[in-house]
Design a protein around this ligand. Structure first.
Ligand SMILES: Cc1ncc(COP(=O)(O)O)c(C=O)c1O
Length: 401
C-alpha cells in the first residue's frame, strides 16, 4: 500500500489535460468539496490553501474581529491561536483535561469574559474533545464553535463523525496529515450563510461565489459588462489550486484506508505499552473513535529516567524519531509575555481581566507537555509498524515496566 497511488496521478493528469482552460472551471475543486462534504455528513465544504487560512476565514465570516476573544487550548499547533490573531481578535487560553488532553469545559467556563465570542476545540492527536458540554456552554453564551480537526479525520464522537459537531470545522491537508495534497485545508459547515461568507472571504470577496461547491451566480455576460461589480467585500485569495484539489479528491476517496493505516499502528503501540506503570495513553472514553494522527504516551518515570533517556534508548534499539509535543502556544516566543488585546485603552492600558501569556496560565497543560512522547503512525508497510511497536516493547522492558 502506498500513500500516493495511480488514482492521485490520474486526477492530476486530468487537470493538466484540461490545460487550465477557464471553461474547465474548477471541476476538481467542485468534486473534492462535494465528496468531502458527503464524507463528513455536512451540507457544505469549502477548500482552502491550508488549515490556518480556513480558521481565519471561518472566524471572520462569523463576525469575530477586533475587541473579541476566542478561547483556545494551549496544547495544539500555534495556528489555532494565530488564526484568532489573523482575524484581529484575541486568543484566550483555557486549560486541558489531564486524561483526554483536550479542552476542559470547567476551564473554558472560567475563561469566559464579556468579550468572548468563540471557542476553538482542538481534536488533538486525532481525539475529539468532549463536545457536548462545550456546545452547551457555547449555546448559553452565544459563542461560535469552530472545531480544529487538522489532526482528526474520520474520528467519531457519540456516533457522529468529528467535523460535523460545531458551527464549522477546519481540516488541514499539510503533508503530515491523514490525507494530504502537500498543503491544503477544508472548512465544513451546515450553515448556508456562513458557508457563503467563508467562500467569499477565501475568494477575494467575489460577489459571484455561493455557499455550495461550484455554484457561482455568474454568467459570461455579467463579467464582460463594464459596469459589473466584482468585489462585495474585502477578501483574501485562500483558494486551493486545482492540482492540489486533484490529489485531495483521490485522498478523500481513499480516506478510510489512509486512516486505517494509522489506527493499525496505534493499536500495535497500545498493545506494546499495555500494563506499563509509567506510560499512559490519551484517554479515549466510550463513544469516541480516535483517528490517531499520532500515537501519544505520557511518560512519568518517577525521576528514575527522563524523556531524553527514553528517547535515546528507543532510537538505539531501532526506533524512529519520537517527537515531543509542541511547546504550549502561549509559551512560544511569538506569544510569551506579549499582549494581543486590541481592546487596550488609548493610553495602552489593558483591561483588568486581560489574560497574560505567562507560565502558570494552564497548569495541567504545563505539567503534561514535557512528558509526551509522540510515535509516528503513518507506516504504509505493516511490518514497519510492527517493528516500531516491538522496539517500544523492548524499550519498556529495558527500563522495567
Ligand atoms: C491542530 C492544528 N491546527 C492547525 C494546523 C494548521 O494547518 P496548516 O499547516 O495546514 O496551516 C495544524 C497543522 O499543521 C494542526 O496540527
Amino acid at each position: 500500500m502506498n500513500r500516493i497511488t495511480d488514482l492521485e496521478r490520474r486526477y492530476v493528469l486530468d487537470v493538466l489535460d484540461g490545460q487550465f482552460r477557464t471553461s474547465a472551471g474548477s471541476a476538481m475543486t467542485r468534486r473534492l468539496e462535494e465528496r468531502f462534504a458527503a464524507t463528513f455528513g455536512c451540507r457544505y465544504a469549502i477548500s482552502f490553501i491550508n488549515g490556518t487560512a480556513t480558521m481565519h476565514a471561518a472566524l471572520a465570516a462569523a463576525g469575530i474581529g477586533p475587541g473579541d476573544e476566542v478561547i483556545v487550548p494551549p496544547l495544539t499547533m500555534a495556528s489555532t491561536a494565530f488564526a484568532v490573531l489573523h482575524a484581529g481578535a484575541t486568543p484566550v487560553f483555557a486549560d486541558i483535561d489531564p486524561d483526554t488532553w483536550t479542552l476542559a469545559p470547567a476551564s473554558v467556563t472560567a475563561a469566559i469574559t464579556p468579550r468572548t465570542r468563540g471557542i476553538i476545540p482542538v481534536a488533538i492527536y486525532g481525539l475529539s474533545p468532549d463536545m457536548a458540554p462545550l456546545l452547551a456552554l457555547a449555546a448559553r453564551h452565544d459563542l461560535f464553535v469552530l472545531e480544529d480537526d487538522a489532526q482528526c479525520f474520520l474520528g467519531t464522537y457519540q456516533g457522529r463523525v468529528v467535523g460535523s459537531l460545531g458551527h464549522a470545522a477546519s481540516f488541514s491537508f499539510q503533508s503530515s496529515k491523514h490525507m494530504t495534497s502537500g498543503e491544503g485545508g477544508m472548512i465544513t459547515t451546515n450553515d448556508a450563510g456562513l458557508a457563503e461568507r467563508i467562500r467569499r472571504f477565501n475568494s477575494l470577496g467575489y460577489a459571484a461565489v455561493g455557499a455550495a461547491a461550484g455554484k457561482g451566480k455568474i454568467t459570461r455576460e455579467m463579467i464582460q459588462d463594464p459596469a459589473y461589480e466584482r468585489h462585495t467585500s474585502v477578501g483574501w485569495n485562500y483558494r486551493l489550486p486545482e492540482l492540489c484539489a486533484a490529489v485531495a479528491l483521490a485522498q478523500t476517496e481513499r480516506l478510510q484506508e489512509l486512516v486505517a493505516v494509522r489506527v493499525r499502528a496505534a493499536r500495535l503501540y497500545a498493545e506494546a505499552a499495555r500494563g506499563c506503570a509509567w506510560l499512559t495513553p490519551q484517554a479515549a472514553l466510550d463513544g469516541y473513535g480516535h483517528a490517531y494522527w499520532t500515537y501519544v504516551l505520557k511518560l512519568d518515570g518517577g525521576g528514575a529516567f527522563t524523556w531524553y533517556d527514553f528517547r535515546a534508548k528507543y532510537r538505539e534499539l531501532g526506533g524512529d524519531g519520537i517527537y515531543a509535543a509542541w511547546q504550549l502556544t502561549y509559551l512560544e516566543p511569538a506569544f510569551r509575555g506579549k499582549h494581543f488585546a486590541p481592546q487596550a485603552a488609548p493610553n495602552g492600558a489593558m483591561p483588568a481581566d486581560a489574560q497574560a501569556y505567562e507560565p502558570g496560565l494552564c497548569p495541567v497543560a504545563e505539567s503534561l507537555q514535557p512528558k509526551l512522547l509522540q510515535f509516528k503512525t503513518n507506516y504504509w508497510d505493516a511490518s514497519a509498524a510492527e517493528r516500531q511497536a516491538d522496539v517500544l516493547a523492548r524499550t519498556i522492558a529495558y527500563f522495567g515496566s
